[in-house]
Structures are given as structure tokens and as C-alpha cells.
Design a protein around this ligand. Sequence first.
Ligand SMILES: NC(=O)c1ccc[n+]([C@@H]2O[C@H](COP(=O)([O-])OP(=O)(O)OC[C@H]3O[C@@H](n4cnc5c(N)ncnc54)[C@H](O)[C@@H]3O)[C@@H](O)[C@H]2O)c1
Ligand SMILES: [Zn+2]
Length: 368
Amino acid sequence: MTAGPRDVARHVVWGEIGVRRFPVCIGPGETARIGELWIDRGAGDAALVVFDGAVKPHADAVADRLRDVGVRVVPVAVAPGEPSKSLAELERICRVAARAGIRRTDVVVAVGGGVVGDLAGFVAASYQRGIRLVHVPTTLLAMVDSAVGGKTGVDLPEAKNYVGAIWQPEFVVMDTELLSTLPARELSCGFAEVVKYGLLDSVELFTRVERWPDPLPGDPGALVGLIRDCVAHKLNVVAQDERELGLRASLNLGHTVGHGIEAAAGYGRYHHGEAISLGLLAALRISHEVGGASLDWRERTLAVLERHALPTRLDPDVAVEDILGAMGRDKKATAASFNMVLIDEPGTVLLRQNPPHEVVVAAIEELR
Ligand SMILES: NC(=O)c1ccc[n+]([C@@H]2O[C@H](COP(=O)([O-])OP(=O)(O)OC[C@H]3O[C@@H](n4cnc5c(N)ncnc54)[C@H](O)[C@@H]3O)[C@@H](O)[C@H]2O)c1
Ligand SMILES: [Zn+2]
């Protein structure tokens, strides 16, 4: 007889950021416990449940569990996709909250991926100068990345993530069963960030990630442990540097070139995790050229990215000059210094100022 997912052990990781201390509960079926957590944490009388329209059944389940413990639920659906991360949506949701009588002692509950987490998180940070927040991430990316760390915000037409706040949650519920409805492409995107954590954390975690079987998300028990280790890595870094004055920048491994590719290709062409897949390969080439890291790490990373259907080659019509331009590294760029995160081996991170221009160009060229 094989063990059902409900027999898989759950894990609780504690975030300790400044004076805040909050649990991140990870396990299959974890949403069933949200009422219990709500009472334990003394959360409010009413919940503004902001959810991605694509996950309405998951949001309904969360709302039902809250009603079970006597919470008044005010649901607000958000259209799927990055354009919802806007000031217009922030205003719309705050006005729904105001009309529904959501008070300072009430709680915003974000049910969705990083888009809803960032948007609803910023609603919580700004509505009535800040109310409590609960994250219920529904994508792998949101579980390992955006639902922990406290960054919230919206995009401007001029630039992504330009208006926001750092706002830590009251608690986070990561129900790995919610990933069963997530499209394969989105699972792969989240896995690109998991590969990043493997490289940042240790040879042990990298090796576990490297051996992760296809298809994603894989064995339920192993998955809970994998998410726990990524979350623990991020929370440990953020606990030391919440406002990204130093160490937190290490979490941007693969993101310097990755963001350049996302912007140069036109947002939407590559999903974020796909651009990060390419960005990681460039960072590992630069790590070799500048810091002397073994090229084995690049080859091994390439193999695991490929196995999980992440891109390892750049589309030929995305111009290198455009990528450099989006990175602020083109001819017009000012002399402003630019930092890149590199590794020596998994677990040994170097922050390098101004890696030589020709090395960066060659690392991007190699992706063709
Ligand atoms: N705050 C942070 O620290 C941080 C970190 C990384 C990324 N982000 C932000 O996160 C966003 C990307 O997050 P994302 O990758 O989760 O994207 P997303 O929120 O857009 O979700 C991806 C897609 O999956 C759908 N979806 C979500 N959960 C589902 C489920 N369980 N079943 C079926 N469909 C589901 C959504 O409707 C959407 O179409 C970006 O806006 C990025 O800026 C923030
Ligand atoms: Zn990322």
C-alpha cells in the first residue's frame, strides 16, 4: 500500500524578521488548518480574501475554513496575469475593503501566485496605514520565493515593482496539493528558482535538486522538504538583511542577466522563471571566468534545467545589445557600479562589482 499525500509529514518553518515572528506551514492539505492557525494567532473578525480568478476553487476552500471559525469573509477576485499588479487594482481593492467595512484589526488573505501575493500584500501594507496579512501561495514560485521575504508592491507602466512596501505576514499556509492544478510550464518556472536556491545554499541541496525526477512536482513528501529548505534559506537571508542593503542581494543570482532577457524579449515572451534559467547559466559562466568556479556547475545546472523543460538557449532574435541595454550595461550606461552575484561552488556566494564587460557579453553570447 502506498502512503496517501495526507500521510506526508508537514513542516513548520519560523520566520524571525526584526521583532516579527511568524509560522510558515508547509504540507499537503494544509489549507484545512487555516481556521486553527487563525485562532492561534488571534487574527481578526473579518478577512478580505484577495484571490486570482484562476484559483477560485482554492480560494473558496480557504473562505469556507475561515467561515467555519466564525470569520466574516469579503472575497475579491483579481484577473490572472501581471497587468493586475497595478495602482488601479490597488485602488479598486482598497475601495471594496472600505465599502465592506474592513477595519484596522481585520486581515488581508492573499490566495494566488506572486502577482496576487505582491498586490494583496501591498493592499495590506497600505490600507488604513497597514493591516495584517496572510499568504496562501498557489504557485511553486510563490511558495519558494514571493510569499516569504516581505516584498510587496505593484508595477508602473515605466518599470516593474516600482511602488511597494516591505510587509511581513502574520502566517503563511503552503498547501502543496494546490499545485495539482498548476500548469506544467508554471511548475517549471518555479523550479528555476528552486535550482537557484540549490546553487546558493549548499552542495547537498544542489545535489538533491539535481536529482529531482521529471515530471514536476514529484514525490509529495520530498516536495514538502524541498520547499521547506528553500523557504528556510530565504528567511535566513532576509532575517539578516530585510531591506536588501547587502546579503539579500545574493537572492538575485541569475536575475541580472535574467531581468535583462525578460525586458529585451518583451515581457510575457519568456516567463520569469524561464529568463532566470538562462540568467543562471550566464551567471555560472561569469563565475568561472571571473572567480574560477568549475564549469562543472554550469554543465550540471544546464542538465537539470533541460530535464525540467526550462530554456537553456536564447531565441536568436533577442539581441544581445538589447539585453545589455535592459541591464543598464550598454554604451549609454553611466559609470554607476553594477553588482553581480556569482558562486564559487554551491553554498559559496560572491558579490562581484563590475565584472569585465567582455566576460558578460561572452556569457550571453554563449546562450545562443
Ligand atoms: N515579492 C517577492 O519577493 C517576489 C519574488 C519573486 C517574484 N515576485 C513576483 O511574482 C510574480 C510572479 O509570480 P508567479 O510566477 O506565481 O505568477 P502568477 O501569480 O502570475 O501565476 C502564474 C499563473 O498561474 C496561474 N495560477 C496560479 N496558481 C494556480 C494554480 N494553483 N492552479 C492553476 N493556475 C494557477 C495564475 O492565474 C497565472 O496565470 C511577478 O509579478 C513577480 O514580480 C515577487
Ligand atoms: Zn525570481
